[in-house]
Design a protein around this ligand. Structure first.
Ligand code: ADP
Length: 660
């Protein structure tokens, strides 16, 4: 036995230590494992939430509130939520009569369903849960919201509560600010029990508070047409406060927001209220409840209770606050000033402002426009400067061209002097002859003939002087309609004697009849003179028989060509490219400006000039000028054209100008 007991004794003798160790192991196990167990057990539990809306849950404010409750609880639930929504529309139905049936339904529904929290919204939910909560959902926490202030005292201490404050004072203060001279307040409501209670309470509070010095009337239960009729008779001396209309006196039911639009349509007085769902339907202003905010707070309180961070019994949370909102469209229609509203008051239905609606796009557009404007300004500035530079260049060119014309005149001075001297000499000798005749018996007819000669010679001398003056006078180049042939004829007549002096024949061919261009007469004459003098210079060493300067005009494309051909020393192939460069010259006393001026003038006239070696020796310069806009290019008869071509290239046909 002893032996038998020994072990037990031994065992007994080790028992206290073993037990202590076992206990310690147990605690350790509990300490380590239980949280895991609880956590997993907890995590596996899906919350079941019953929502009892007092009103139709599809009513906009209720909908907003319920959605916020749901999303707030769903966000906090570790393992999901099942929501059960059981509305009993007590605002439009007689709930007392329906209650037994509703209770039976609820009991049956939740008989086998473990619910974690019940959220009741409104007076009906408070009454119902207060009476039947233990029967349907024993020991389940209840959160109540949206009950009227007067019912607050009825909330059992065990229920959690989120107040919803109706800011009547704030709303009446807005009416006061917008209509300081209004003498009357009309409270409008429906005929449902809740409508009447709310309207009466509102009127009492208005009489006791903000509007105590004014008349406060209550219009309850009117039908919409009746209401419209009465509202139409009001003006801005009255403020209308619309509470709710769930039912009119004929039993027709509404969602309260549905009534405000027809009211506002007829009313001569602004309508105030505190339900956000009235905004946009005609409400002028109000300190409105934020139902979404309330839903979030209610959902958060329910979640806290379920998570154990708030007591299961009697928890509270501060409710949502109201805020000032005004419809500027409605105010403007009624002639009320939004400027008097308190600072920070939210304004809706402002006239659409591009800036407010598309700020980003507007900023980008403004930046783009500014950039464009800057670019345009820079371009205009650049263009202006280029224009100034071009004007100055044109002026310099004109001055230079004039200077070279002076040089040309200097070169031609001997011939010109001769050209003028010749008729003057003739005049003189004619005058002498006339004198002699007058000493004897004068023959009148002879005297007439002498005077005619004098006149002709004087005109000839005068013409030379006029042409020279025209060439040398200072003038601003302008583009005027002119006939190329006549301009070139005048220029060539200045060269006649110089050509004779150099024993050069000038052959002139005007194949293009009526060659009209837009140009500067003096400048175009200078083109011909420069080319002709160069041609004469080139023929200095040419045998006198071959010294022929051929000048012709002809139609070419949409313009006219001036061809100046000579039988001079010609142009070396290497020099062709540099010929028109400024300061390029091969003459001992040359300036190298003649051809460069020719090219500048021709280009300024929209034409072009080229030089080529002439077949059979000599050079050929071709200037092309566009015809005058809107004027057809007149071509000579083909056989004449052919002759002109031959004249230009073979220097054969009719000759004009002096002979050596
Ligand atoms: P410049 O007559 O003062 O030399 P230009 O610019 O009028 O200046 O002429 C430049 C050069 O072109 C002349 O020096 C000459 O070498 C060449 N040139 C011009 N016209 C002819 C021509 N008809 N035949 C041959 N060479 C010419």
């Amino acid at each position: 036995m002893n032996e038998e007991h020994t072990p037990r004794i031994v065992a007994t003798s080790r028992t206290p230590r073993t037990i202590a160790r076992a206990r310690a192991m147990c605690w350790l196990f509990l300490f380590l494992v239980m949280p895991v167990f609880f956590t997993s057990a907890y995590a596996e539990h899906t919350w079941r939430v019953v929502i009892l809306p007092g009103a139709d849950p599809t009513q906009p404010a209720a909908q907003e509130q319920i959605l916020a409750i749901r999303s707030s609880i769903a966000a906090a639930a570790p393992d999901g939520v099942e929501f059960y929504t059981d509305p009993l529309d007590d605002l439009r139905f007689d709930t007392a009569e329906l209650m037994p049936s509703f209770l039976a339904l609820m009991k049956r529904k939740y008989e086998h369903k473990q619910v974690d929290v019940v959220v009741g919204l409104g007076d009906f939910a408070l009454d119902f849960t207060k009476r039947y909560h233990d029967e349907i959902w024993p020991d389940v926490p209840v959160v109540i919201s949206s009950v009227s202030d007067t019912r607050q005292k009825d909330i059992p201490p065990g229920f959690a509560y989120v107040p919803v404050h109706v800011d009547l004072d704030g709303t009446l203060a807005l009416a006061e600010a917008l209509q300081p001279n209004a003498r009357r307040l009309v409270v409008v409501s429906g005929a449902a029990k809740s409508d009447l209670v709310l309207a009466q309470r509102t009127a009492d509070l208005a009489r006791a508070g903000q509007y105590r010095h004014r008349a406060v009337d209550v219009w309850s239960g009117l039908t919409v047409p009746e209401l419209q009729q009465r509202l139409a008779a009001l003006d801005r001396d009255t403020a209308v406060l619309y509470t709710t209309m769930y039912r009119d006196r004929n039993g027709r039911t509404f969602f309260p927001y549905e009534v405000i639009a027809p009211m506002a349509m007829s009313s001569g007085a602004p309508i105030y209220g505190w339900y956000p769902t009235y905004l946009g339907h005609g409400l002028a202003a109000g300190s409105v409840i934020n139902f979404e905010d309330n839903g979030r707070i209610t959902g958060a309180l329910a979640s806290s209770i379920l998570l154990g961070t708030a007591p299961r019994q009697g928890a509270t949370a501060s409710g949502s606050t109201s805020h000032c909102v005004a419809d500027v469209g409605v105010l403007a229609k009624l002639g009320l000033q939004a400027a008097v509203l308190p600072e920070g008051c939210q304004l809706i239905d402002e006239p659409p402002s591009l800036w407010r609606e598309h700020q980003g796009i507007v900023l980008i557009a403004v930046a783009v426009v500014l950039l464009q404007a800057l670019t345009i300004a820079a371009l205009l500035w650049q263009r202006r400067h280029r224009q100034i530079a071009e004007d100055q260049a044109a002026l310099r060119l004109a001055e230079l061209a004039r200077a070279t014309r002076f040089a040309l005149a200097g070169e031609l001075s001997a011939s010109i002097a001769h050209e003028v001297g010749q008729p003057l000499g003739a005049i003189l000798s004619n005058a002498d002859t006339a004198g002699i005749i007058l000493k004897d018996e004068p023959e009148v007819s002879e005297l007439h003939s002498i005077l005619a000669d004098i006149r002709r010679d004087a005109l000839r001398a005068n013409q030379v002087v006029q042409r020279l003056r025209a060439l040398l006078q200072k003038h601003t180049p302008t583009l005027d309609p002119l006939d190329l042939n006549s301009a070139f004829d005048d220029a060539l007549s200045l060269l006649g004697l110089e050509a004779r002096r150099r024993r050069i024949v000038i052959e002139s061919h005007q194949v293009a009849e009526d060659a009209h261009v837009l140009g500067d007469r003096v400048q175009l004459q200078q083109v011909l003179l420069n080319l002709a003098i160069n041609a004469m210079d080139a023929m200095e060493d040419t045998l006198p028989a071959n010294r022929i300067l051929s000048v012709s005009t002809r139609a070419a494309g949409q313009g006219y060509e001036l061809i100046v051909a000579d039988r001079g020393h010609g142009i070396p192939a290497a020099a062709v490219a540099r010929l028109f460069d400024s300061l390029y010259t091969t003459k001992p006393h040359g300036m190298g400006l003649g051809l460069s001026i020719v090219r500048t003038i021709v280009v300024a006239h929209g034409g072009h000039v080229s030089a080529a070696a002439r077949e059979g020796g000599g050079s050929l310069f071709t200037v092309w000028l566009p015809s005058m806009p809107g004027r057809a290019v007149l071509r000579a008869r083909p056989e004449l054209d052919k002759r002109a071509e031959m004249a230009a290239f073979d220097a054969r046909p009719t000759t004009q100008g002096g002979h050596p």
